[in-house]
Design a protein around this ligand. Structure first.
Ligand code: SF4
Ligand code: SF4
Length: 374
C-alpha cells in the first residue's frame, strides 16, 4: 500500500495541485471515480478557527480538489459536522469555507441537518450522517495534529465528523477509556470506508502539543495521501515521533484493512524520516497515566500527577462548553464570570477544551505533572 508524501512549504495553489495531480494519477483516482458523479469533500472543520490556527483543513487544499474534480465534470459538495454547539455559520466564516464555497459556488453541507443511517458494527450501533451514503464517493481531507485523548489525529480520526452534532459527545461519554474509544473509531472508520475514494492529510501547517485545537502551530511543510487511512496515519504519526504501541486505533484499522506495516510503500527519502522535537511528550504521558496504570496506583498517582480542564479569565459566557459537556459537569452560576466544573462528574473527554471557540479552556497541571514534564 502506497503512502505518497510531498514537501510543500506554504499554501501555494500550484504546488499543492502538482502533488494532488500526481496522487490522482498514482492512485488511479479518476478510474475509480468513473461513473461516479457526486463527490463529497470531508475536511476537518472542528470549530470556528482561522486557517492559520492549524485546527482545520486549509481552504486552498479544498480549492485545488474542487477545481480538479470539476474539470472531470464532477459535482462537488463540501460537508462536515462541526463539534458541539458552536454556531456552524461561525465555523464556516472563520475557517474560510464560506468564502471558498461561495466563490466556487459549491454546496456546503452541515451533516447535522440531514438524517442518519444506522450501521450496526461488532460493538456499536452508529447513527452516521445519511449524506455520506447519498453521495457517490467521499474524499477524506484531514489535518495533521496531536490529540490529547488519542495521541494523534489524521485521516482515520477525521471520520469522527461523520457522526452528526452532539452525538459525538455521547460516544465520548459511553467510551471514556482510550482502548474503548479506539475500538469505536476503528469500527466507525470501517463502516464508512467503502465510500472513501482517497485520504489526504494537510500538514503544511499542523499542530503539536495540546492538540487538536489548543496546541501550537507547527510548520511541518508536508502533505500525505493514500488509499488507506490506516497506512497513511501509521506513517504520519510515526513521523511525529509517536510509537506504534501508542497508536492502537491506527493499528486496528490497518489490520482490519488487511495491510501489514511491511506492505506500506514509501519513497526512499521518507523511509526513516522523523520531524525534530515535535511536542508530543505531554500528550503521551497524560494518556499513559489514564490508560495503563493499575487501579490503586492510578488513583494515588492521579491525585499527585493530574491534568484537568480549567478556565482562564477570558470567558465570554457563550455556553458552548456547558452545552457540549456529555456528562453535564459544567455550569455557569448566575453572575459568575466563567463556568465551573464538577470534577467528580468530569470524564476528561476534553470536549470543552476542544470546542471552546476562545481558547479559554486549558489543561491545568498538578505540581508533579509540571515537575515531570518541564
Ligand atoms: S469557557 Fe467560556 S468562552 Fe469558552 S466555551 Fe465555555 S462559556 Fe464559552
Ligand atoms: S468538563 Fe470538559 S473534559 Fe470534563 S466531561 Fe465535561 S466536556 Fe469533558
Amino acid at each position: 500500500m502506497q503512502v505518497l508524501i510531498e514537501k510543500i512549504a506554504s499554501y501555494d495553489y500550484d504546488k499543492i495541485r502538482r502533488f494532488l495531480e500526481s496522487v490522482a494519477s498514482q492512485t488511479a483516482l479518476w478510474q475509480r471515480l468513473e461513473g461516479k458523479k457526486r463527490i463529497l469533500l470531508k475536511p476537518n472543520m472542528l470549530g470556528a478557527y482561522e486557517p492559520e490556527r492549524a485546527v482545520t483543513t486549509h481552504p486552498v487544499v479544498l480549492e485545488v480538489l474542487i477545481d480538479m474534480l470539476r474539470e472531470k465534470d464532477k459535482e462537488v459538495i463540501v460537508g462536515d459536522s462541526p463539534g458541539g454547539t458552536t454556531s456552524v455559520e461561525q465555523v464556516y466564516q472563520k475557517t474560510g469555507l464560506k468564502e471558498l464555497t461561495e466563490r466556487k459556488q459549491v454546496q456546503l453541507v452541515n451533516f447535522s441537518e440531514y438524517g442518519v443511517v444506522n450501521k450496526q458494527t461488532q460493538h456499536h450501533n452508529f447513527g452516521i450522517s445519511k449524506y455520506i451514503f447519498e453521495v457517490d464517493a467521499v474524499i477524506n481531507v484531514a489535518k495533521y495534529k496531536t490529540h490529547s485523548l488519542m495521541y494523534y489525529t489524521g485521516a482515520v480520526k477525521n471520520i469522527y465528523g461523520t457522526i452528526p452534532g452532539l452525538k459525538k459527545s455521547d460516544y465520548h461519554k459511553q467510551n471514556p477509556e482510550l482502548e474503548k474509544f479506539s475500538t469505536l473509531i476503528t469500527e466507525l472508520y470501517l463502516a464508512v470506508k467503502p465510500q472513501i475514494a482517497l485520504n489526504i492529510v494537510d500538514g503544511i501547517i499542523g499542530m503539536e502539543g495540546e492538540g487538536p485545537s489548543a496546541g501550537e502551530v507547527r510548520r511541518f511543510k508536508v502533505m500525505f495521501a493514500s488509499l488507506s487511512a490506516g497506512a497513511l496515519d501509521t506513517v504520519a504519526a510515526q513521523m511525529m515521533g509517536f510509537k506504534k504501541e501508542q497508536l492502537k486505533y491506527i493499528e486496528k484499522v490497518l489490520q482490519a484493512e488487511g495491510i501489514s506495516e511491511e506492505e506500506i510503500q514509501l519513497e526512499k527519502r521518507w523511509r526513516s524520516f522523523q520531524f525534530k522535537k515535535v511536542k508530543i511528550k505531554r500528550v503521551s504521558i497524560f494518556i499513559k497515566i489514564l490508560a495503563y496504570s493499575p487501579p490503586v496506583l492510578k488513583n494515588i498517582f492521579r491525585k499527585l500527577y493530574n491534568y484537568y480542564p480549567a478556565f482562564n479569565d477570558n470567558c465570554r459566557l457563550c455556553k458552548v462548553c456547558v452545552e457540549s459537556c456529555p456528562v453535564q459537569a459544567i455550569t455557569i452560576k448566575e453572575g459568575a464570570s466563567k463556568p465551573e466544573i464538577d470534577y467528580e462528574k468530569c470524564i476528561k473527554c476534553m470536549c470543552c477544551h476542544e470546542l471552546c471557540p476562545y481558547q479559554v479552556v486549558y489543561i491545568k497541571k498538578s505540581w508533579l505533572a509540571k515537575f515531570l514534564i518541564h
